[in-house]
Write a protein that binds this ligand. Sequence first.
Ligand code: SF4
Length: 230
Amino acid sequence: MEVLTNIPFELDADHLAGRMHIKPESREADDFYRLVERAGEVGNPKAVYKESYIEEGGEDTVTIDGVIFESRVLRTNLEGIGRVFPYIVTCGNEIDDADLSEGDFLKNFWLDCIKEEMLKASRLYLRDLLQQKYKLGKTSTMNPGSGDAAVWPIEQQKKLFSLFGDVEGLIGVTLTESSLMKPNKTVSGIRFPNEVGFETCELCHREGCPGRRALFNKELWETMQSGKEH
Ligand code: SF4
């Protein structure tokens, strides 16, 4: 297991202001630029990952490092694969702990966008590190709770966390009773070699999602329902 802290990130205040339609001459611009500066000082994106091995697969289950995950899609995607990389990446708890929004609704909204940038930095940093260190070739990732509820139920987040032990002590991330992660800009998942290029969005019926990365794939959906390999 490896823990990564102080992952480098850059906050382009002008770009972020543009995304939030904040005009440079507006009253709120000063507050916004100060907030970006403070977030840049306080922020500490982090990640934890491990090199894990698949022990066995059942009809709808796959066992990784002794933990049984229940997801037909995960099991199918990991067919024939021996090694995977469970991970948790986060914007870091420091922004929330510093209470930079001071309870202000608008600042809270801005901070969410800033934290999203830090999370993005963590994700890309870990993805590139894994590529360079393990020479993985093409990879895909699956995340508990992403896509339709049955793809990989969010409750399995607890099992994923159990692969790492004290996640809060390692990178400051906690799980709520309903399996949501805190800080909110945190992603957990398993990265695995995949030449085909799997995206969970292919198995997600949600319409109008601004984050969609691939069209819904009816054929793949039906294949996954029947349990056949794709
Ligand atoms: S379509 Fe949207 S909600 Fe569905 S898996 Fe993709 S990003 Fe997530």
